[in-house]
Each structure stands twice: as C-alpha cells, then as structure tokens.
Design a protein around this ligand. Sequence first.
Ligand code: HEM
Length: 397
Amino acid sequence: MTDTQQPIPTVEFDIRSDAALWADPWGHWDVMRDKGRFLVNHTGVVAPTWIPTQYDDIYEAFRNPTLFSSRAVTPWEEQEAHEWIPVELDGMKHTKYRQLLMPFFTPAKADELAPMVREWCSELIERFADKGKCDFIGDFGRLYPTYIFMGLMGLPVEKADMFLDWADQLMHTPATEDPEGTIRAEAGMAIYGYLGGLIAERKANPQGDILTYLINAEIDGQPMPDSELLEYAFLLYMGGLDTVAGTLGCIFRHLADNPADRQRLVDDPSLIPSAIEEFLRYYSIVTTSRLVTEDTDFHGCPMHKGDRIQLSIASANRDPREFPDADKVIIDREVNRHIAFGAGPHRCLGSYLARAELKIAVEEWLARIPNYRVADPSTISQHAGGVAGYGRLDLVW
Ligand code: HEM
C-alpha cells in the first residue's frame, strides 16, 4: 500500500473545542489539506489519530471496513463507551441490523412521506413568514427535522423542545465548558431514559411507527433486547436531527449571502435538486472516525492497531483533485461525486429522506420568502465537532 514515505505533519486541535475550527468548520479543512496528504493528531483524542485529507484516501478508508472498523466513530471516546446501532457495528452484524431498517428508508418511502414533510414545513414557515424576521435555526432549522423524526417514531410533537435541548447539550457543549463531560453525560442519560420509557409504553400499546416495528422485529429469530432497541432509537434520533438542521443552516445562510444564486433558484426551481447536491458537497458537516484494526502502511501512513483514523467529509468534498473549482459553489455543477452521506457499508441510510427534506424546505421557503438576508453577522453562532452547523442565524426580509 506504500506510495509515499513523506514525514507525517503533526497537527494540534481538539475537534470539540478548537477555536479556528469552530470559527470556520469548512475552511479549517482546506487549511489542513494544504499541510499534507496525511496528518496526525494527539490532541483531545484517546489514541493517535491519523487524518487523511484527500478525497481518494478518505473514500477508500470508508470502503475498507476490515482495516478500519466502525467500532469507534468518535476519536475522543474509548471504544467501549457505547455501541450505536447500526453505525458502530461491523460485518455481518451490521448488515443484519441495517437491513432491518431498510424498508423505512427507500426512495419510495421518502416519496410517500413527502406530502407530510411539506405540510409540516409550510406550517412552520407560515408561523413567522409575515413577521419579517426569524432565528432560522431556532424557529425552523431544528424544529423541522425534529417534527419529522418524531412523526417517524410516533412521538408527540409537543416534546420537541425537550428533545432539542438534550440534543444540543449532548452534541454541542464545547469540551472547555464541560471538561468532565458531565453535561453531555446527563443529556445522554435523559434521552436514554425517555426513549426507555417509550419502548416500555410501545410494548404495552403497539402503534404503526418505527419503534413498534423494531420491537416486533427479530434478529436471528430472537427479539432485540431493550438495550439494543435503545441504541437503535438513539442513533435514529441523533442521525436524522442534527445533520438536517446543520445542512439547512448552511444552505439558507449561503442563499442569504449570495442573492444571485437565490434568484436563480426562485426563477428556476428545477435547479433546486442540483443546488442541494452542491450545498451538500461544499458545506459537508460530518467528520467521523474509525478504529485501525491492524498495523498497516496506508499509502505511506504508518498506522498501528488501536489507532484512530478521522474521516473529514468536508476535506474530501472540497479537494480540488476531485472537484474542479472546488472552492466555488456552482449550483448547476454537472458531475458531483460528493460523499456528504459517507461511502461504503455505512453510507447514510436516511439520504433519500434527507434530500427530500432539504428540497422541500428550499422550495417552500423561496415560494414565500424569496428575498431575505442575514440580520447581523455578529450574532451568528456556529459549531464544529462530529457534526458542524449553526446555533443561531437571524434572518430578516
Ligand atoms: C443532510 C442530512 C444528513 C447527512 C449529511 C448525513 C450523513 C451521514 C453520514 C456521513 C453517515 C455515515 C457515518 C459513518 O460512516 O460513520 C450517516 C449514517 C447514517 N445516517 Fe445520515 N445523514 C443525514 C441525514 C440522515 C437522516 C434524515 C437519517 C434518518 C432519519 C439518517 C440516518 C442515518 C443512519 C441510520 C446512519 C447509519 C447507517 C449505517 O451505519 O449503516 N441520516 N449519515
């Protein structure tokens, strides 16, 4: 596998709190890519963490689950910390658990859900459309995917705020504010506690939702224990919520700051699907990790069993070796092999649903609010970590 024997530059940043990364979660990876094909980081991680920066290497790593196990998708936690199903499973076990969920995430299922998604989307936008302003994230970006997730899980939408608070604490508390991890641990326990109660409730009163389906499903002829149901439900919650909210924030800020792109979409909504693909490429929000399973020389990068490898999708998707004019948003880009949804066996299960949610949001918003701008750039807050995004984004029209 050796094709270079360059010294590997060391970088120092804690992905959960690094100031430069949080100030610009996308530009940061451009800077990293310029430092070398592979980097190594020892800061804020439990083992040496290798960082490939180029598209081809990141794509290859995603597609080599034998060498790079999903058993640890965060480099700052011991691998025993949890076992998120299916994202932290490997091999046949992963295939079985993933297949169980497939019927809920087909293109046909996304089409079937689209009218409901459009209804919730319109209802949310109409709550503030005539007010001339909103905090895009608080009033729309986070509520919209939360409602959809809650609909899928058969959860009451009046609990949306409670879920959002927990999710925010768990995903976006900087390590500097929570050095012992207490806030994050408590939020995680609150979510597990609520979902645990819900599993018991659904067992007593089955409904037509994903949770009831999972309760009744069997793996190797056996029902899943509650601990696994809990892991499953938790991942579905985290997987579908923050990612969509983060991507929506990026899209709507881009359209606020780039009126020419916005006007093109208003004039010709048939461009919206290709624009969404380009936004997914340019503003990729997920940085995931893998556990190295054996000593190896990965294209000149000397890794040892037990090390971690960090896969920044933003670094891959903005690599000029793969994308001409990678640093420009081209909303009608013709060839766009982006990997915003990952690649290989763990490629995002919710990608069809996510694309439908994003497309419907842009269509419904621009039909009602074709002209808008950022109210005051100094009030914008954004975060990085495993999933990047915005905490606050005030818009006016
Ligand atoms: C724009 C929105 C989204 C983005 C960018 C995104 C991105 C990703 C990525 C990169 C992965 C692979 C992680 C890895 O390999 O470590 C992933 C996995 C996953 N995503 Fe998404 N996702 C999005 C929306 C959703 C939605 C709406 C759902 C479901 C409601 C969902 C459910 C999942 C699940 C279940 C997995 C694990 C698949 C497996 O391990 O086999 N995602 N997502």
